[in-house]
Ligand binder design. Structure first.
Ligand code: NAD
Ligand code: ZN
Length: 609
């Protein structure tokens, strides 16, 4: 299938004449747009089609392909139709000339509909974005679209459609984005067919297709582009470009989101239903991922209070979350429900919380979870997601990552879209946690603090959280004069603060080595950290002594001899996995870490465990 991009470029724009030739970071806007379209690698060819010699020359000068339109045209589609009439192409995508930050994701989305089972029925495809603000919904400059259950467009309008007779009814409104992917025939038909009354009165081009019975399939894309419609837009775009360049050169200071809403207190879980209510979208269920340990806990299930078509999925946390597991859950949800869920609610320990984060991301992003393991690879905002921890220590409730074991690596999906939208901290939910497990997961928090406070990445931000969490761990695990209720509340807050502490620094040796154990032997995070930390006197002398004291004090069993009899290949694989976690070593040992942590040294350490 031959796919091309066409960028219609008219010189005189009514609101901002000559805007396409304005300077944007040293190049004209239209050249930026051309380069952005080209950089997506989605097209066999990219053309600018224009009425202006100036634009034509500028594109050619920059090594691009431009076509002069012969006739006068009323709209971009006509200009494109004339240009493609004699070309051998299957799909033509129009890219707006004034959208210099055109993202690959949106274009990919609009093209992807031609891979679907109903592709034969589609004459053209276009994009829509969720809108929530009534001001925008009622703004006539914002074109709204409504669709049928297969996302075929029913109508486009400048009026709010549908009209909400009942103001409280929950309805997702969509705004139309002017990106189209046409089958060649569709765009030629458009050119030949005269305008009819609906198009004329609304002044919306694509209504013509509907008036002639064509099928427009809509894809959802929530990424925000920037259109250059006014001189102010241009100033803003120049600013953004500068920021982007600055970030590329200097990303020393990270700018990351935090959990925006959190409720704390014994029994606060009862507020779950009222917290979710305003987030419920018509017919779109909430999906509750619940640790299997609660499967027969009817009281908890009653408190979850599933409504309508909500779904409870009980999930075992015997194994750490895997990318394949995330993909399967997402597939099952998509197979069962036609609309995207209103939200994903994780109720459990780090395992379930991480699954909930990953599933909410993957419901809004294409491909496999494995494609997004790493830093800042996620493109679309995740589905609304809520975390309800039932065991304390990992900090997964507050962190910006979801740790997954993938086909080739154990690595988190670390992104701005990962943190929960809402967290419910109810210490009473941790009442049933078995003693050993309480200790292992609690020690994850203690180790987060030790690694953060002793790391080279330490700064006042991490330190303030790390010290608080460390002190809370002392009260809970060393001083031992708290009531159980006090201890539960404090450990929940220690977990939170420990998570915040590593958000702005990093973990260290124990975590790097524990990831190796987990990848090869499936050892779970909490216990794996404990096994490793027990042998790290060389790196964290005082805290390892303290740790040993806590083990004794609480009578906790520590597995031994885990690696003694492993095959050499298994040990080497552990070493590979551990060493691949570069930032952890940099934090623990500084820039010279490779000289300090040799394979031999790691091997000896593992063999002792
Ligand atoms: P977990 O979620 O694996 O649960 C441990 C055990 O406790 C399970 O058997 C579970 O059924 C049980 N359990 C949980 N709550 C209970 C309750 N209230 N009553 C009785 N039993 C209960 O343990 P965890 O240590 O919280 O999480 C470990 C996972 O967290 C690992 O997969 C690790 O990779 C991940 N993690 C993530 C982050 C992050 O920032 N995203 C940080 C650290 C760890
Ligand atoms: Zn940890």
């Amino acid at each position: 299938m031959k796919i091309i991009a066409m960028i219609p470029a008219r010189y005189g724009a009514s609101r901002f004449p000559g805007k396409l030739m304005q300077d944007l970071g040293g190049k004209p806007v239209i050249v930026r747009t051309y380069e952005a379209a080209k950089a997506t690698n989605l097209f066999d060819e990219v053309y600018v089609v224009t009425d202006s010699e100036l634009i034509f020359k500028e594109i050619e000068l920059n090594g691009g392909k431009a076509i002069m339109s012969i006739k006068e045209h009323d709209c971009g589609s006509d200009r494109i139709a004339e240009a493609v009439e004699d070309m051998d192409v299957d799909i033509v995508v129009n890219v707006q000339g004034d959208e210099p930050f055109t993202s690959k994701e949106g274009l990919e989305q609009v093209l992807s509909v031609f891979d679907g089972a109903d592709a034969d029925k589609i004459d053209l495809a276009s994009l829509m974005t969720e809108i929530h603000d009534w001001k925008e919904i009622s703004d006539p400059n914002c074109v709204k679209v409504i669709v049928d259950k297969e996302n075929f467009a029913l109508y486009f309008s400048r009026s709010p459609i549908p009209y909400p007779r009942d103001k409280n009814a929950s309805m997702q409104y969509f705004k139309h984005k002017g990106i189209y992917a046409f089958r060649k025939q569709a765009i030629l038909d458009f050119y030949r067919l005269p305008m009819r009354s609906l198009e004329a009165v609304e002044k919306i081009e694509c209504i013509r297709y509907l008036e002639y019975g064509k099928n427009i399939k809509m894809a959802i894309s929530n990424t925000q582009g920037i259109e250059i419609d006014t001189p102010e837009d241009l100033i803003r775009a120049n600013k953004i470009l500068k920021e982007e360049n600055k970030v590329a050169v200097n990303n020393k200071y990270r700018n990351f989101p935090m959990v925006p809403k959190v409720v704390f207190g014994p029994g606060c879980f009862d507020q779950l239903t009222s917290i979710l209510a305003p987030r419920r979208k018509d017919k779109a269920p909430f999906i509750f991922l619940v640790d299997e340990v609660f499967k027969n806990d009817q009281e908890l299930i009653d408190r979850i209070n599933p409504r309508f078509n909500d779904k409870l999925l009980f999930i075992s946390s015997d194994e750490e979350p895997k990318t394949t597991q995330v993909d399967q859950i997402v597939k099952d949800i998509k197979a069962e429900f036609t609309s995207r869920p209103s939200g994903i609610i994780g109720i459990g320990g780090g395992t379930i919380l991480d699954l909930a984060k990953a599933v909410s991301i993957m419901l809004a992003n294409k491909g496999s979870a494995a494609d997004y393991q790493g830093w800042d690879l996620v493109k679309n905002k995740a589905v609304y997601h809520v975390g309800v921890p039932t065991i304390s220590g990992t900090g997964a409730e507050v962190s910006r990552t979801t740790v997954l074991t993938g086909p080739v690596k154990k690595l988190g999906i670390n992104s701005d879209f990962t943190p929960f939208d809402q967290v419910i901290l109810d210490p009473d939910l941790t009442i049933g946690v078995p003693k050993n497990q309480w200790f292992y997961t609690g020690m994850d928090c203690f180790i987060h603090c030790v690694e953060s406070l002793n790391g080279t990445f330490l700064n006042a931000f991490s330190q303030s959280y790390g010290e608080k969490a460390y002190d809370l761990c002392m009260e809970i695990f060393v001083e031992n004069d708290l009531t159980e209720e006090e201890s539960r509340g404090k450990l929940m807050m220690a977990s939170w603060h420990g998570g915040m502490s590593i958000a702005y620094s990093q973990v260290g040796v124990a975590h790097a080595m524990s990831y190796g154990l987990s990848y090869v032997l499936g050892t779970k995070h909490g216990i794996g950290n404990c096994i490793v930390f027990n042998h790290l006197e060389e790196f964290y002398p005082d805290d390892v002594v303290l740790f040993k004291k806590m083990i004794k004090e609480h009578g906790v069993e520590m597995p031994r001899g885990l690696c003694k009899d492993l095959e050499p290949e298994q040990i080497e694989l552990m070493i590979d996995i551990a060493l691949s976690l570069v930032p952890l070593w940099q934090n623990a040992l500084g820039d010279d870490w490779e000289a300090i942590m040799t394979r031999d040294r790691l091997r000896a350490l593992y063999r002792r465990m």
